[in-house]
Design a protein around this ligand. Structure first.
Ligand SMILES: [Ca+2]
Ligand SMILES: [Ca+2]
Ligand SMILES: [Ca+2]
Ligand SMILES: [Ca+2]
Length: 509
């Protein structure tokens, strides 16, 4: 047994159930321990006085347990060499502050990770001498090395982990041989993901007696994640309650350790996240969406300071593997943004004039930001009293005029359809959810303003003329099919009010 034996066991109860003393020749699992079905393993370091190839042999019957002796013999090979070696471990460091040190019971071994041994002091320039993979305990081992300079190179990062501390090993001399520890790093290029280069193993004048270098360790960490929402805090309590919708397209910036800066925008549901984060202290900053009134900000599951600076949540400490949620920015309807809308009739055509406005400086700024530029930002929707979306126009200015949905003209701007009227030999009124009332919804930056508007007149031609001046919008494209009777009707309509009064309008039940 090696001095200060390095014990590891998968048996229930952990390392404490194993007795293995320095220089002893015997390992014991203490009385009272339970061996699970399928067995468990005990690992210890062993030493030998003379170099050579040994087979550790446990004959049948030599292993005594309360349930009887082992029925089959067991063998484990052991090579004792005075040539050089380089070894180490690959593992997940789960300490709150990662230290790159293997902690039995807390760290997790990474098995099957590929490690290359290259000649000289570079993982990119050195000749590949050997490749191995870590065993179930995360250990790798290159042995039988002559004196020389070597580098060990971790080729790939285990999926789902981030680089943490890579540690150069120590030099174990043999009979006065010397050596120099390597230089550990995680190259910025990512090729290889981690390396310990320039490990010098010297002999002592005898080519067969070379120093070794154990504990060249690669530690990794689980990344952290942080997420939250930007939402309409309808009751202004700083809590994202049911029915409080998210606000999309809001810019969120994350700053963190070592100059880390990341930016994202909220999704359609108002959510945002950053992942693959190293441990450290973070700050989340919201770029406040102009058209909204500002609401309360709240730190989430891993704490932080949401009260010192508006729209900033700072002092968020993330440790490896953390999933920090609910870092939320609540917003309010801009109190001084209003939508006004009124229905008008002009030359027999039903229109709505709408306007989004604001008397206050903040509101005007928001309003101007949305209303100007190459693509005005307002979306105007028509919603029936039954909740049906009847029409929608995007990229509209903050004020304008829209034709009532259901009205249509031909290419000569003659009316060929009205909401609630059908032409069957003569115009007949039918039920239509686009009349008499509709809700006009102006949407901008995720905020919705609404106004109820009433069809200007119950007649198809909305005959009562409004007062004031009015500029009609660009005509709507006419249907492709032209009906002769319809054209005649249109021609008659052009003759004016006198003809309009001649049409009999029949109300159908
Ligand atoms: Ca690594
Ligand atoms: Ca709320
Ligand atoms: Ca805000
Ligand atoms: Ca705020």
């Amino acid at each position: 047994m090696a001095t200060a034996p390095n014990i590891a066991t998968s048996c229930p109860g952990g390392n404490g159930i194993v007795t293995a003393a320095a220089n002893a020749t015997r390992v014991q699992i203490n009385s009272g321990a339970v061996i699970p079905s399928g067995g468990c393993s005990v690992e210890v370091d062993v030493v030998a006085a003379e170099p050579g190839n040994y087979i550790n042999h446990i004959p049948a019957g030599a292993l005594q347990t309360n349930f009887g002796p082992n029925e089959e013999p067991a063998e484990s090979p052991l090579l004792i060499s005075t040539l050089g070696y380089i070894s180490g471990k690959v593992f997940i460091d789960r300490e709150p502050v990662p230290d790159g040190i293997w902690h039995a019971g807390r760290s997790t071994a990474i098995a099957g990770n590929t490690i290359e041994l290259r000649s000289g002091g570079s993982c990119t320039a050195g000749t590949l001498l050997s490749t191995t993979t870590t065993d179930a305990s995360g250990n790798y081992f290159f042995s039988e090395l002559p004196a020389g300079t070597y580098s060990v190179c971790q080729v790939e990062q285990l999926s789902g982990t981030l680089n943490s501390i890579t540690t150069e090993g120590v030099i174990n001399p043999y009979n006065g041989s010397t050596g120099t520890v390597g230089s550990a790093s995680n190259p910025d290029s990512g090729t290889p993901t981690s390396q310990i280069v320039g490990i010098v193993l010297n002999n002592n004048g005898n080519a067969d007696e070379v120093s070794g270098s154990p504990q060249n360790n690669f530690s990794e960490i689980l990344p952290a994640r942080i997420s939250g929402w930007v939402y309409h805090d309808r009751n202004d309590d700083g809590v994202r309650d049911g029915g409080e919708e998210g606000i999309p397209n809001v810019v969120i910036t994350l700053t963190g350790p070592n100059g880390l800066t990341k930016t994202t925008t909220t999704a359609a549901d108002g959510s945002w996240f950053f992942d693959e984060l190293p441990p450290g202290e973070y700050t989340v900053t919201e770029t406040h969406p102009d058209v909204w009134g500002d609401g309360k900000d709240t730190a989430g599951s891993k704490g932080g300071d949401a009260s010192t600076v508006n729209d900033v949540i700072s002092n968020i400490t993330l440790v490896a593997g953390d999933d920090a949620i609910n870092y939320n920015f609540g917003e309010l309807l801009s109190p001084d943004m209003v939508l006004t809308a009124s229905a008008v009739c002009d030359a027999g055509v039903p229109y709505v004039n709408y306007s989004v406005s604001s008397p206050s400086p903040f509101g005007r700024m928001a309003f101007n930001a949305a209303a100007t530029g190459s693509s005005p930002a307002f979306t105007i929707s028509w919603v029936t009293t039954g909740g049906r979306l009847a029409d929608r126009a995007s990229n509209q200015p903050a004020s304008g005029t829209l034709v009532w949905p259901g009205y249509q003209e031909d290419e000569d701007h003659h009316a060929i359809a009205f909401p609630g009227w059908v032409l069957e030999d003569e115009w007949e009124q039918v039920s239509d959810d686009r009349r008499p009332d509709m809700t006009l919804v102006a949407s901008v930056g995720g905020m919705e303003l609404t106004a109820l508007v009433t069809y200007p007149e119950a007649t198809r031609a909305c005959a009562a003329q409004p007062s004031g001046t009015f500029t009609p919008p660009t005509p709507i494209a006419a249907p492709t099919t032209t009906v002769w009777g319809l054209m005649l009707l249109s021609a008659l309509l052009m003759l004016g009010t006198w003809y309009q009064q001649r049409y009999r309008l029949r109300i159908r039940n």
